[in-house]
Design a protein around this ligand. Structure first.
Ligand SMILES: NC(=O)c1ccc[n+]([C@@H]2O[C@H](COP(=O)([O-])OP(=O)(O)OC[C@H]3O[C@@H](n4cnc5c(N)ncnc54)[C@H](O)[C@@H]3O)[C@@H](O)[C@H]2O)c1
Length: 346
């Protein structure tokens, strides 16, 4: 098993274990604790063996519609009926939607109890399970109600990905490609040189990919838990990505929108002369090698409407993450008009 730690100063730290079979240790690791397990119903049906007899288990149907205040209330009331006390533990077993809802309920219950994340999708394994961002959506926008509540432990078992549908796998892989382009050159090399094994979900390649992506995220989060500085780099591809998700009514998977946003971020880098032609070419080739194409975009005015309302816009300036080389990026303040001009040139 590979072990990582995420230790933001003056904040609780997260222990991360990555390896095939780590799921099977959950029952013994939670022995003697009062456990409330929020579990993706698909995962519960396929892997009933991981659910320990001493847990209170609530199964939920994953998806964006799970991330509502009404669902949070349902879970919190189930925690009340299960008499979860301050020493209790919330286990969130599922993809990013189960993890986001579970993490928020752990943050709210009795003003905060311990949370362990057990990611079961590629998205959750390479990204959402680590970092402590939790949230539900409002009709007015995504992730508007949330808390920062880092999990004490994260159990990453890549063997769970065997039966993950291909679109969900590709959505999560896009977040790894984001880290490769913007933060971690060794991950770029794995995805570039071992692309076939990545797409075939070869267990050893998956483990290396998830390890590099999470190590990069843990380092950044440890230096900036509340996203005042370097953590913004993790938003590479997300300015356009979030706008495309909104335009699609949140029906388009998050990661696929981010992947389209990565193409756009490279276009912005090109327009600012922030990257060499050969690095630009390598990044664009990596995206298309993994099937992330430069698909046609909705009208610029519609995209800009959503970009202007994004949480990352301050005083009319978009904090835009610009790739600057293989595994490197920076944040630049750009106006919506500057971004609109690049969109119009596509
Ligand atoms: N908190 C963060 O830092 C953060 C970061 C990135 C994304 N997110 C959030 O994550 C969410 C998306 O997460 P997601 O892509 O995991 O979606 P998801 O939780 O909806 O899961 C996708 C689908 O995969 C199924 N599934 C889960 N595990 C499976 C398995 N092992 N085998 C087969 N099917 C399985 C689910 O039932 C669901 O149908 C979004 O709401 C996004 O905002 C949060």
């Amino acid at each position: 098993m590979i072990e990582l730690h995420c230790r933001p100063p003056h904040e609780p730290s997260t222990h991360i274990g990555i390896g095939s079979g780590v799921m099977r240790t959950l029952a013994s690791e939670t022995k003697g604790r009062r456990v409330f397990a929020l579990v993706d119903s698909i995962v519960a049906a396929r892997h009933p063996e991981i659910l320990a007899a001493h847990w209170t288990v609530t199964c939920v149907q994953a998806g964006e519609s799970l991330k509502t205040l009404a669902q949070a209330e349902t879970v919190l009331r189930a925690m009340a009926r299960a008499s979860i006390d301050r020493n209790g533990l919330l286990l969130a077993i599922g993809g990013g939607t189960v993890g986001d809802l579970g993490g928020l309920c752990a943050a709210l219950w009795l003003r905060g109890i311990e949370c362990w994340q057990v990611p079961t999708t590629m998205m959750a394994m390479v990204d959402s399970a680590v970092g402590g961002k939790t949230a539900v959506n409002l009709p007015e926008g995504k992730n508007l109600v949330g808390a920062v509540h880092p999990p004490a432990r994260v159990f990453v078992d890549p063997s769970l990905l065997d039966e993950l549908p291909e679109p969900e796998y590709r959505s999560g892989l896009a977040e790894a490609v984001k880290v490769a382009i913007g933060i971690d050159a060794p991950l770029f090399e794995i995805l570039e040189q071992d692309g076939e094994n990545v797409r075939a979900r070869d267990p050893a390649t998956l483990e290396r990919t998830i390890h590099r992506a999470l190590a990069a995220k843990a380092t950044i989060v440890a230096s900036d838990l509340r996203e005042d500085g370097p953590r913004r780099l993790l938003n590479l591809g997300h300015t356009l990505g979030h706008a495309l998700e909104a335009v699609s009514g949140y029906r388009e998977p998050h990661g696929l929108c981010v992947a389209r946003g990565l193409h756009f971020a490279l276009d912005v880098a090109e327009s600012l002369h922030a990257m060499t032609a050969s690095d630009l070419d390598r990044c664009r080739r990596l995206l298309s090698q993994h099937g992330y194409l430069r698909t046609p975009l909705p009208p610029t005015s519609e995209i800009l409407g959503f970009m202007r309302r994004d949480k990352k816009v301050e005083a009319g300036v978009v904090h835009f993450v610009v790739p600057t080389g293989i595994g490197s990026s920076c944040v630049r303040g750009l106006s919506p008009d500057q971004l609109g001009a690049v969109l119009d040139r596509r």
